[in-house]
Design a binder for this molecule. Structure first.
Ligand code: SF4
Length: 309
């Protein structure tokens, strides 16, 4: 298939692009080490449903690196490794790939990947350190919620304790740790426990980055079906704002807080704890506005219909 993606505009046969990446990796070289998700059970996620998980052949991956080098020379500064959990690949294989990347692109400043907390928790610390030393320097991990009941309900496959253990271990290995929180995943009824449980896990880990996205039911996912059947009531914009405010009030971290996703109701960015009060104030003002402005509330509710996120 011939395709053109991103500012690098790769237009060649056989370069295998990861279909998803964090928004912060929009300008990165995208390198696919695995295809799909080895877990593929999260109830809110439709990303890789129907795709069989596999680890790509090392020669294919090295071929993609060569192709990117032919096209871009030494212009590559950041790399994102896909798909959903590259750390399931053998440590030796990841190190070989990282070595090839750094040999090909001498100006690389950052290499990042998605990873599952459970995989990090299982991987020996010495292996994580070796991978970190070979150049993978940031992990993007889906926490979604820190609440035990909700973690089970969404089939995240990790307990709060495992989330905490994985975060601490990744930091000990030297990674920058970026955790995703899914606002609204408790629906209309469980926003308080979601906010409190999430803050508790985040406070234990104190990750470098906390990134929030807002849950929007995606067709072809179990939670979307639950919503259609009336078994899950999505949180209203007001509830999501209250939940975000409570989360921020409970956080005792030194993380960068980012709202870098199209699904979010407010642009909230800041360094904690310095910007905590300012961000809470922004939410309080939005709450006042949304309670009196039907047009704004409807506009926010329309986001629930975004798909292909
Ligand atoms: S959210 Fe991540 S871990 Fe869960 S099924 Fe989707 S890709 Fe896999």
């Amino acid at each position: 298939m011939t395709m053109t993606i991103g500012r690098f505009g790769l237009r060649r046969r056989n370069y295998d692009f990861p279909p998803f990446r964090p928004p912060s990796e929009a300008n990165s070289l995208l390198l696919r080490v695995t295809r799909g998700c080895p877990w593929n059970r999260c109830a809110f996620c439709s990303m890789y449903k129907g795709m069989k998980f596999e680890i790509r052949d090392i020669e294919e991956i090295l071929g993609d690196i060569e192709l990117a080098k032919d096209l871009y020379g030494d212009r590559i500064g950041t790399v994102f490794i896909g798909d959903s959990n590259s750390l399931v690949a053998k440590t030796e294989m990841l190190i070989k790939i990282l070595n090839a990347l750094f040999n090909s692109f001498p100006h690389i400043q950052r290499v990042t990947s998605y990873a599952r907390a459970k995989t990090i928790a299982k991987k020996p610390l010495e292996d994580l350190i070796k991978i970190r030393q070979a150049g993978l320097n940031r992990l993007h991990v889906g926490l979604e919620t820190g609440d035990r009941e909700l973690l089970m309900a969404i089939e995240k496959g990790a307990t709060p304790e495992e989330m905490i253990a994985a975060g601490k271990k990744a930091k000990e290995a030297g990674f920058e740790y970026s955790l995703y929180v899914l606002l609204g995943i408790g629906g209309e009824g469980k926003w308080e426990q979601h906010a409190k449980g999430t803050a508790e896990v985040l406070n234990h880990i104190d990750p470098h980055f906390i990134r929030v996205r807002t849950f929007i039911p995606q067709p072809n996912s179990p939670l979307y079906e639950a919503m259609v059947n009336g078994d899950f009531q999505p949180a209203s914009p007001e509830t999501i704002l209250k939940e975000t405010k409570l989360l921020l009030e409970k956080l005792q971290v030194t993380s960068q807080f980012l709202s870098d996703h199209i699904s979010n109701l407010l642009p909230l960015h800041g360094k904690l704890p310095d910007d905590q009060e300012k961000m809470i104030q922004v939410i309080e003002e939005a709450l006042i506005e949304v309670r009196k402005n039907d047009g704004l509330r409807e506009e926010m509710e329309m986001r629930r219909h975004l798909t292909n996120l």
